[in-house]
Design a protein around this ligand. Structure first.
Ligand code: SAM
Length: 248
């Protein structure tokens, strides 16, 4: 069994293989992608921004913010956005995207579990993340403790994530029998945004139940404000994603 550090390193390596080119293929050049975001930043940030009230002026942590589209959208809406992510190829695309959009984004490269320290502890009015975050972590209590450390007093946490019913019971990529309560690591392809079907490498994922997530959020010292479940994009009879909103 890999140690947690080995799993993290394996996942980071997978996120760096061909990733910059994959974003170019999927999203277009940074200038093209920036024009799409600038045309309607609220649409790009639609899973996050409605839970934040007035975005302008907020200091926002975009956790595992990847290619930077959410951070750039929030920055265009007037926020001061900081991305935490461990993939250099993501950073390369995100910084070019921000420059093309005419905004500044602070991109912190590294394991998000080590995020924090001077200037970052309790420095954010909102800590936000979406779609493919928690299954990279094998200790979500420790993960949400880091989120609480980034959050300023009264800050808002917004998590929009794939629903465990979809990931644990229906997701074809899993390759093992459906089991809502499974705790094993699942080795499966890293997302390839180009739709080509080519594998860019594999990650090890740990999928969490809804109760495990809610309890980890509460245990870290957040107060749960709202929990929404959304229909799956392809099968609207099952939950595909959920949004959890909580306050520090
Ligand atoms: C599916 S993406 C989430 C992207 C998000 N949907 C967005 O639009 O910004 C997952 C991201 O998590 C990052 N990641 C995974 N594990 C991480 C870790 N331990 N520390 C920092 N970043 C991590 C990957 O580099 C990748 O960018």
């Amino acid at each position: 069994m890999d140690t947690r550090d080995e799993v993290r390193d394996r996942n980071r390596d997978a996120w760096n293989v061909g990733r910059h080119q994959a974003w170019l293929d999927a999203l277009g050049s940074p200038a093209e992608a920036a024009a799409v975001i600038a045309a309607d930043p609220a649409r790009v940030a639609r899973r996050i921004a409605p839970h934040l009230g007035e975005v302008s002026g907020l200091r926002i942590a975009s956790v595992q913010g990847s290619h930077g589209r959410i951070a750039v959208a929030l920055a265009l809406m007037g926020a001061k956005a900081t991305v935490f992510d461990f993939a250099e190829e993501n950073r390369r695309y995100a910084l070019a995207l921000a420059a093309a959009a005419g905004v500044s984004v602070d991109y912190r490269l590294g394991d998000v579990m080590a995020a924090g320290g001077p200037g970052l502890d309790h420095a954010f009015d909102a800590v936000v993340m979406e779609l493919g975050i928690l299954h990279y972590h094998q200790d979500i209590e420790a993960f949400f403790a880091v989120m609480r450390r980034l959050a300023a007093p009264g800050a808002r946490l917004v998590l929009c994530e794939f629903h465990p019913v979809e990931r644990k019971l229906y997701w074809a990529g899993r390759g093992t029998a459906p089991d809502y309560f499974a705790t094993d690591l699942v080795v499966a392809d890293v997302p390839n945004p180009t739709g080509s079907g080519t594998s860019l490498g594999q990650c090890a994922y740990r999928f969490w139940t809804l109760a495990e997530v809610a309890n980890a959020v509460i245990g870290a010292g957040f107060r749960l404000a709202r929990l929404e479940e959304h229909p799956d994009w392809t099968d609207p009879t099952i939950p595909g994603t959920y949004t959890l909103v909580a306050d520090a």
